[in-house]
Design a protein around this ligand. Structure first.
Ligand code: ATP
Length: 256
C-alpha cells in the first residue's frame, strides 16, 4: 500500500499550557482503516483534528502524498445537523459552501443518502430522526464530496449497542465500496478491533502512540467475525496494549 500521509514529531500545546499530543510519528497508508484508541482525554481528537487541518500542530509536520492535503470528510461525535433544514439540505451543505446550486448537487446528495440507507428520508427534518439516523445523515454529509479521506471522531459513542453494531457494519461496507481511507477515534477496544485494519494505541495525556497493532482480517466484517476466536484474540492483545499504556509512568502534562 502506498503512503497517504506522513506525520513527524506532531505536538500540540493549547493556549492554556495543556500539552495534549506529544511527538506523534505515524505513516498513514492509502486505503487503511486506522483507529486512534486511548483513554478519555489522551489527545485522540486533537490528533484527528490536526490531521483534518482543523487546527495546526504546535510543532512537527504532516506531509501528504501528492503535496497537499486531499479532501477530507469529517464526522463529529454529535451529528451537528441544522434543525431547520431537511435531511437533503443538511447533506447539501458542503456543496453549498462550494457554491454548487441545489439542483446541480441533487444527484450527489441522493447518492450519499442512498449510501447510508436514507434514500427515502431526503425531505424529513432532523427532529423526526432517531440518533442512529442522524448520525447516518452526518456521515452522508461527510461523504457527499466523495473525499478520499474520511475522519470520524467517536461517532457512535452516544448510540445504543444494537445501533452501533449496525452502523459499524454500514461504515465498513461504505469504506469497502468507496475505497476511502478512514481515520477513526474510539476508546472501545471492541469497536476498534471490529472496524480497523490497524490500531494506534495512545498513552494517557500527553498523547503518544505507544503501539501499532495490525488487524489483518479481510473487510468488510460481520457478526461471524464478532463472535470468532480470532476477534477475541485480537481484543485481548489490544486490551493488553491499552492497559500497558495506562500503567506507563505519567508524563508532565502541563507546560510550566
Ligand atoms: N481547545 C482546547 N483548549 C485547551 N485544552 C484542550 C482543548 N481541546 C482539548 N483540550 C485538552 O486536551 C486534552 C486532549 O483532548 P482530546 O479531546 O484530544 O482528547 P480525547 O482523547 O479525544 O478525549 P475524549 O475521548 O474524552 O474525547 C484534554 O486534556 C483536553 O481537556
Amino acid at each position: 500500500m502506498s503512503v497517504l500521509a506522513t506525520l513527524r514529531g506532531i505536538s500540540k500545546t493549547f493556549a492554556n499550557g495543556t500539552l495534549a499530543v506529544d511527538g506523534l510519528d505515524l505513516d498513514i497508508a492509502d486505503g487503511e482503516f486506522l483507529t486512534f484508541l486511548g483513554p478519555s482525554g489522551c489527545g485522540k481528537s486533537t490528533a484527528l483534528r490536526m490531521l483534518a487541518g482543523l487546527m495546526p500542530p504546535t510543532s512537527g509536520t504532516i506531509g501528504w502524498t501528492g503535496g497537499a492535503r486531499p479532501q477530507v470528510g469529517f464526522v463529529f461525535q454529535e451529528p451537528t445537523l441544522m434543525p431547520w433544514a431537511s435531511v437533503f439540505d443538511n447533506v447539501w451543505l458542503p456543496l453549498r459552501l462550494r457554491h454548487i446550486p441545489r439542483r446541480d448537487a441533487a444527484r450527489s446528495i441522493d447518492e450519499a443518502l442512498d449510501l447510508v440507507g436514507l434514500g427515502a428520508f431526503a425531505k424529513v427534518y432532523p427532529r423526526e430522526l432517531s440518533g442512529g439516523m442522524k448520525m447516518r445523515v452526518s456521515i452522508a454529509r461527510a461523504l457527499v464530496t466523495r473525499p478520499p479521506l474520511l475522519l470520524l471522531d467517536e461517532p457512535f459513542a452516544a448510540l445504543d449497542e444494537i445501533t452501533r453494531f449496525k452502523l459499524n457494519d454500514d461504515l465498513l461496507a461504505l469504506k469497502t465500496e468507496l475505497g476511502t481511507t478512514v481515520g477513526f477515534v474510539t476508546h472501545s477496544v471492541f469497536e476498534s478491533v471490529y472496524l480497523s485494519t490497524r490500531i494506534a494505541v495512545f498513552s494517557p495525556r500527553p498523547g503518544r502512540i505507544v503501539a501499532g497493532i495490525d488487524i489483518p482480517e479481510p473487510l468488510p466484517r460481520n457478526e461471524e467475525f464478532r463472535l470468532s476466536a480470532v476477534y477475541a484474540d485480537h481484543c485481548r492483545i489490544v486490551s493488553a496494549a491499552l492497559h500497558k499504556a495506562m500503567n506507563a509512568p505519567q508524563q508532565q502534562t502541563v507546560a510550566q
